[in-house]
Write a protein that binds this ligand. Sequence first.
Ligand code: ADP
Length: 477
Amino acid sequence: MIKRVLFCSPEVTPYAKTGGLADVSGALPAALRDLGVACDVVMPLYGPVKASKLPLERFGDIFFPLGAGIAQASIMRHGHVYFIDNDEHFGRGGLYTYASRDYPDNLERFAFFARACVELAGLLGADIVHCNDWQTALVPAYLRALDMHHIVTLFTIHNLAYQGLFDASLWPQLFLPQEFFAPWCLEYYGGINVMKAGIVLSDHVNTVSAAYAREIQRPEFGVGLDGLLRSVAHKLSGIINGIDVAVWDPANDPLIAAPFSARDMSGKQACKSWLQQRMGLETDPCAPLFGVISRLVDQKGIDLILPVLPELAAAGAQAAILGNGEPWYEDRLRELSRAFPGRVSVLIGFDDALAHAIEAGCDFFIMPSRFEPCGLNQMISMRYGTIPIVTPVGGLADTVTALGEGNRPVGLRVKAIDSYALSQTLRESIRIFREDRGLFQTLRKNGMEQDVSWSIPARRYLEMYSIQKDFKESDRI
Ligand code: ADP
């Protein structure tokens, strides 16, 4: 019997978000609670959350030895979410970066967070601790160092590209046994690799799609850890993410111009014209409208999108793009929007309301990722009747049945990861939009009817917790 799960995450919707991990951390624990699991969440109390009017309740103070001294943090609480309050480490604006650069003390900050999570797990009597990405990967290391072997640990890799790499000179900041600084654990080519602790020391490791779980065991996708991942293949699995279907619900979304559903699509047109006006695009119902919402980084294949935008504009199509990230991509996109006014519109920034409007207002959604652990936007698109155009990688392969690939296609597949293949697929989608309305409606409807909720994935996590808990108990007999 599972007593209590503590879900540790550096970002949780609606409190702090830089990407999909926040959505998962907001929705999966709630879905687990719906299944009757006592599941609490813990995250750092970042400056903007502390400064907001959120009514936080004081849970208590924790003290723990850290080297020769004693560290202290307050624990605040909002419903099922616990916040680690320590101004020195978290009382600042950004989560991990300032002006696109990592904070220099990120190792110390997230070591502190991990150590505080261990303390909270003890206080709450958690028997399962579920860690997510490198920022929480030290939790199993502290549990091991403190001989808290009775707690089951799960580590979910949401993105292997961010491993938490630091210089060996920072090792003393971790206050971990010296023997952990060795290649079997945290050492990586003479430096520190925080994610390795999560992979090596957890009872089970999973990624957020079965395809990505296979891919990361190959050198092309393994980001230097494919050998290690192959060696733990016996405890590595993939569980696809869901989306929060209450937040992302076109029939009941306060952030879109008009409601619509698979049965009554009439509101979708109003959403399209509203988006065209909002983004300064020509208000033309007959122009195929392509959306992009993305971190502007190499992973997302932004360099594939740039060369096809002039083609889209020339074909009388439109693009609505929202994103932020690497300055070079931001500048190129701004230039393209100036070059094709009314056809290509770009908003650089993070804007949740506009994200909803783009999902609701577009005809197609472009997501040509070079690798994609799971991806949420393609599932959100399906739910909003916006046809996803995706590459054949990771979660995009697992969630989007493309035209020609199965009985109920929901999208289009870019056959290779290059601009030429993307351009061909975009041309095909424009043709379908203009000349094959029956197929267009079918793709749309199939997507809207696909189950993208957390209900199945949450059950799979519960199964995983139960299996690991049984293993641990049988080990102790
Ligand atoms: P990743 O986590 O790799 O960034 P996902 O597709 O898994 O990609 O999740 C991205 C989430 O972040 C989605 O909910 C998406 O709508 C949102 N998002 C990404 N960029 C922006 C942005 N600039 N403004 C608003 N929401 C964004």
